[in-house]
Design a protein around this ligand. Structure first.
Ligand SMILES: [Zn+2]
Length: 122
């Protein structure tokens, strides 16, 4: 992949990383300070009304974000090591289209499908 493209993906990845980190910080503030509502769901009264449901839901979002954050960090590491855009399973190049949809993709479409079928990834 040419350097210019890698720089572009790097910028996207850094942005995503920043957003996730802000999101996690925001959740920490809204969820764990006593007496505060989850401002992320102002339109859904069920989140505000019932304290019991707020925390598990927030934890869930944090887990999802954190797993993406790990993948984003991995992708940034690969950019540093000049291995970005290469499938971890077969070693072939991951298509540009796929990386544009998901810049932290670890596998090419074919391997991803195989892993999904065998239940190794969701
Ligand atoms: Zn592959």
């Amino acid at each position: 992949m040419e350097k210019r493209s890698i720089e572009k993906f790097k910028k996207v990845l850094v942005d995503v990383k920043k957003k996730i980190e802000e999101n996690i910080d925001g959740l920490n503030e809204t969820t764990f300070k006593p007496g505060s509502n989850l401002s992320h769901y102002p339109d859904d009264p069920s989140y505000i009304a019932n304290d019991e449901y707020e925390k598990p839901m927030a934890f869930n979002i944090m887990n999802v974000d954190q797993s993406i954050l790990e993948q984003v960090n991995d992708a940034l590491l690969k950019i540093e090591n000049n291995t970005y855009g290469t499938c971890e399973k077969c070693g072939k190049k991951i298509s540009r289209k796929r990386l544009e949809a998901k810049p932290w993709a670890r596998y090419c479409v074919k391997c991803r499908e195989e892993l999904e079928k065998s239940g190794q990834v969701q």
